[in-house]
Design a protein around this ligand. Structure first.
Ligand SMILES: [Zn+2]
Length: 53
């Protein structure tokens, strides 16, 4: 599972993944900013939150 989000929505994405996986997710900065839109709003995504799986 992976969510691409802006700074505003990082915490929401973390919460969702913790809820669904029971583990603390990985948080990485997106290298390709400007091409990906946040899952929760229309801003550019700056982070990728992903489960370790
Ligand atoms: Zn957002």
């Amino acid at each position: 599972m992976e969510k691409k989000v802006c700074k505003e929505h990082v915490e929401i994405a973390l919460d969702i993944i913790v809820d669904e996986t029971g583990e603390y997710p990985l948080l990485e900065e997106l290298s390709t900013s400007g091409q990906v839109i946040c899952e929760f709003c229309d801003a550019d995504a700056t982070y990728v939150v992903s489960s370790k799986k």
